[in-house]
Design a protein around this ligand. Sequence first.
Ligand code: PLP
Length: 392
Amino acid sequence: MSAYESASHFRLGTSLIHVGSEPSPSTGAVVPPISLATTFVQTSPGVHPGVSDPNSFGRGYDYSRTCNPTRGGFERALGSIEHGQCVSFSSGCAAISACLHLLPPGSNLLCISDVYGGTHRLLTKIASTNLNINITFTDFDVLTSEAVKDVQMIWLETPTNPSLKITSIKKMVELAPENCLLCVDNTFASPYFQNPLLLGADVVVHSVTKYINGHSDVVMGAAITGKEDIYEKLRFHQNAVGAVPSPFDCYLALRGLKTLHVRMDLCEKNAHAIALFLEKKGLKVIYPGLENHPQHIIAKEQMKGFGGMISFYVDGGIEDTSKFLSKLKVFLLAESLGAVESLAECPAIMTHSGIPKEERVKVGVEDNLVRLSVGLEGIDDLCADLEQALQK
Ligand SMILES: *Cc1c(COP(=O)(O)O)cnc(C)c1O
């Protein structure tokens, strides 16, 4: 087993760069090859090769849906920095779906009200109808122990999308009854800025598509847990349902992960500067790193940094907002987030258009709300771009 196997004593940057990317033992290649084979030669029937390869988790290899060396490398890397065991999927939604399948039919699930749109759709259109799970959406600010009494799963996002609301993970851990699973979608913070498992959560999910891969060229997801029984169930689900990521996507995501710390530090620095710049222009800005953010203190306590996402309100209505967005040149007008290039979008008519207006307005998604995913370009160019697009 490699020296990197017990990664806990390494600094984060060392884990990110070395865990799961150990030189190939047979050739010495510094970048391990992408393992494309779908099947593996057995020495005698039922005896699997690769049992000693850490990327097979002691199981060896037989068929690539069940276990793949490149995928195993990625899972070890993400598991090491999120402090649990990682199971990867072909998208963030597939990872969330696997978590929902942890519940028996008839279970009660309590979900934070301004959850990611895709999660909302999965819960209301699939989990509630096909899996017979009872879904309730609630504002977690005012949650009581009475409200969670008969709940088997709590679904939390912090920060939320796009209102960037922060919920105390510790408080939710205390509130959750025994045998209730607390799942945290940690996509917005990334494992660099927040580690929910260390705060007591049971499962963390990521849309690897966003900060973890970080280059807008892979759709992929992952679930990470510190509990052995949950891990075994997720592994079983991964193989049985088969929504697995391709070796090439795992290779790209592993390569993206190596610079996570550098990318997160810079996007946060850029985001902070832009938040201040927009505030100076007299605009209402939502960014957890600003002292006027309603949950700034909680963010400071549970996160190591405030991330690269900003929301703010343009002066005017939907037309002014569309005009502003169309004038941007460095910021690309697109959905998604978490990559090296800066993106801007209007949630009301893009990412959150599926949510009825009364519902979205309740969580602050007005027609003139703009969401920025701040990337790694030169800060002066980003501010100049916003400046020219804001000009009437
Ligand atoms: C994008 C996203 C997802 C879904 O992930 P996909 O990889 O697109 O399936 C889930 N949660 C959050 C917070 C996201 O931003």
